[in-house]
Design a protein around this ligand. Structure first.
Ligand code: C5P
Length: 231
C-alpha cells in the first residue's frame, strides 16, 4: 500500500443528521454530530481520494480539500448521493438519516392555538437500501461498484441488527456501534465499533479516536475494492 492508496478514487461520504422541516422555523433532527463522517472524509482525502462530503446538520468546520455538499432533509441527501453514484468508487454512509419527515411542511410559521396538535409523519426513503438496489439493478461487473459501507447505531443486539442491515440493505460492510457505551457514538471524539462483512465479523476494534476508526474502515474498504476489481 503506497502513501496515496486512494489516488484516482471518488469517495462519497455522508455525515451529520438530516433536518426535517415542520415550518420555516421548526424542524425535527437527531443527535448526530457528524464527527465520524468528517473523520472518514479527511482520512480519505489524505489517502489521495477525491472526496465529496454530503453533509446534514453538524457543527464541524468544513474540511479543506474536500467538496462539501450541504443538505437539509433526507430527500435532499438522497438526491445528492444518488446523482453521484455512477462516478463513485466508494460510498460511506455515516449520516443519521431521519426515518420520518412531517407529511406537510407549512409555508409560514404555524400559529399556536389552545388545541393539542398532532404532527403526521411519513417514512423517508432509505438511501442506503436504494444504493444497494441501484447497484444490483446495474448488474454485471459494474455491480461491484461503488463499494458501499453503512453504519448501524444500535442499543441492543448489536451484531444481530448489524448483520440483518448488511443483508437487507445489500451493502459490503456495516460498521456497528453500541451508542449506549461510554466513549462511543454521538458527539464523542472516540468510538467503539465492530465491522461486519458478508463473511460475518470483519474487525472488532477497541475504543479509538474517530480518526483512527476512519483509517481502519478505509483499510477494509481498500481491501474490498481490490478484491472486487474484475480481473
Ligand atoms: O437507520 P438505520 O439504522 O437503518 O441506518 C443504518 C444505515 O442506513 C446508516 O448507514 C444510515 O446512514 C443509512 N440510512 C439511510 N437512509 C435512511 C436510514 C438510514 O441511508 N432513511
Amino acid at each position: 500500500v503506497g502513501p496515496k492508496p486512494l489516488a484516482g478514487k471518488n469517495v462519497v461520504v455522508t455525515a451529520g443528521g438530516t433536518v426535517e422541516r415542520i415550518d420555516p422555523v421548526r424542524y425535527i433532527t437527531n443527535d448526530s454530530s457528524g464527527k465520524m463522517g468528517f473523520a472518514i472524509a479527511e482520512a480519505a482525502r489524505d489517502r489521495g481520494a477525491s472526496v465529496t462530503l454530503v453533509c446534514g446538520k453538524t457543527d464541524e468546520a468544513p474540511p479543506h480539500g474536500v467538496r462539501v455538499v450541504k443538505v437539509d432533509s433526507a430527500l435532499e441527501m438522497r438526491e445528492a448521493v444518488m446523482e453521484r453514484l455512477s462516478e463513485a468508487d466508494l460510498v460511506i454512509k455515516a449520516a443519521a438519516v431521519a426515518d420520518y419527515r412531517p407529511a406537510r411542511q407549512a409555508a409560514s410559521k404555524m400559529k399556536k392555538t389552545a388545541e393539542s396538535l398532532t404532527l403526521e409523519l411519513v417514512p423517508n426513503p432509505d438511501i442506503l437500501l436504494e444504493i444497494g438496489e441501484w447497484r444490483e439493478v446495474r448488474g454485471g461487473a459494474a455491480a461491484t461498484k461503488p463499494f458501499v459501507i453503512g453504519f448501524a447505531a444500535e442499543t441492543t443486539d448489536v451484531e444481530k441488527h448489524a448483520l440483518d442491515k448488511l443483508k437487507r440493505k445489500k451493502c459490503d460492510l456495516i460498521v456497528a456501534n453500541d451508542v449506549t457505551a461510554e466513549g462511543a457514538g454521538f458527539g464523542s471524539d472516540t468510538n467503539i465499533v465492530t465491522v461486519y462483512g458478508s463473511q460475518g465479523l470483519a474487525e472488532k476494534l477497541p475504543r479509538m479516536s474517530k480518526r483512527a476508526v476512519a483509517e481502519r474502515i478505509l483499510d477494509l474498504a481498500q481491501a474490498g475494492i481490490a478484491s472486487n476489481r474484475p480481473s
